[in-house]
Design a binder for this molecule. Structure first.
Ligand code: SAH
Ligand code: SF4
Length: 337
């Protein structure tokens, strides 16, 4: 799929062609310009030549276990990324998007990090992942749509800020996907420049911070980038973000057995998380090699301690392990083929 010449081509046509082409692309979700019958035949043929719509993807189903699906999407230069569709029991759908092929940050618990870094994605390549799932739901014909988007796939969105935000704007654009910004969430390993830039945007998307440890020494062991962004400066940046936007911030905390799930860890977390509009999200660790997951009983005890300490806590239930599509498991075949 390549829409890079679309604007230039439509520019040479009467003005209303933009609206017609966008309707066909983003609302009707055509997979071939031939299906855009409102457009003149010659234009459809030209668009098929210069703006091909097909997406190269391999899908992996996990319908028995968790109703998640994973797709490996391959771009022009043969670099691939993974993206996930989560079908929730209440009928909602969440799509998890990748912002980079691989990730340069090398967090020790993350399969993407372990696989190395290939390159940043273009905004169109990020949006292509959304197109893929939107078309798939459309083809099923049950009128189901994508309700939420999370930038929690491969890569660090704030290290590819311009393209990430451009993709968000395409999703959000009323003439394009028209997905409300409150339905879009971004997760960062704590890149302070990105938090500042996001605070200055006029977009009300949700911000999540990957915390995973409440003291610098442990956080640095788990996430090497924490050496560059110590907790103190990270939390100051979050405070400034909250003052500016008035929006809540979610702190993600994966529960790793005997590493960050003890009483001391809970106490340290209470200490730093007693801030207005901050929410802790406990995530079961998906073993990717190095560590083990905390037991459900340990997670419960941890949560109770945090709540007793006055924190707002939510717990995430993991989906997609069966097809290695859970958080941090996206690594697969990023390599150039
Ligand atoms: N790079 C960004 C966004 C992608 S990772 C970030 O790190 O925030 C999305 C979430 O999955 C992050 O909170 C990340 O810490 C978490 N994650 C990574 N590996 C995981 C694993 N093995 N089990 C559970 N969560 C994991
Ligand atoms: Fe990159 Fe996020 Fe994985 Fe860390 S957890 S290596 S930042 S994708």
């Amino acid at each position: 799929m390549d829409l890079s010449k679309l604007s230039a081509i439509l520019q040479t046509e009467p003005k209303f062609r933009f609206k017609q082409a966008y309707q066909a692309l983003y609302v009707d979700l055509i997979t071939d310009w031939a299906q855009a019958s409102v457009l003149p035949l010659a234009l459809r043929e030209r668009l098929n030549q210069e703006c091909p719509l097909s997406i190269a993807a391999e899908v992996n189903l996990d319908t028995d276990r968790t109703n998640s699906e994973k797709a490996l999407i391959t771009f022009e230069d043969q670099v691939s990324v993974e993206t996930v569709l989560m079908r929730h029991r209440d009928g909602r759908h969440t799509v998890c998007l990748s912002s980079q092929a691989g990730c340069p940050l090398g967090c020790t618990f993350c399969a993407t990090g372990a696989g190395g870094f290939f390159r940043n994605l273009e905004a169109d390549e990020i949006v292509q992942q959304f197109f893929f799932w939107a078309r798939r739901l459309r083809a099923e014909g049950r009128g189901e749509k994508i309700d939420n988007v999370v930038f929690m796939g491969m890569g660090e969105p704030f290290l590819n800020y311009e393209q990430f935000i451009k993709a968000v704007k395409i999703l959000n654009d009323p003439e394009k996907f028209n997905l409300g910004s409150r339905r879009i969430s971004v997760s960062t390993a704590g890149i302070i420049e990105g938090i500042k830039k996001l605070a200055a945007e006029k977009l009300q998307i949700n911000l999540a911070i990957s915390l995973h440890a409440a003291v610098d020494s442990l956080r640095q062991q788990l996430m090497p980038i924490a050496k560059k962004y110590p907790l103190d400066s990270l939390l100051k940046a979050v405070d400034a973000y909250i003052r500016k936007t008035g929006r809540r911030v979610m702190f993600e905390y994966i529960m790793i057995k005997n590493i960050n799930d003890g009483e001391d860890d809970a106490e340290a977390l209470i200490e730093i998380m007693k801030r207005p509009l901050c929410l802790v999200n406990l995530i079961p660790y998906n073993p990717t090699g190095k560590f083990q997951a905390s037991s459900p009983a340990r997670i419960d005890a941890f949560r109770e301690k945090l709540e007793a300490g006055g924190l707002a806590v939510t717990q995430r239930f993991s989906q997609g392990q069966g097809i290695s599509a859970a958080c941090g498991q996206l690594a697969g075949k990023t390599r150039r083929k």
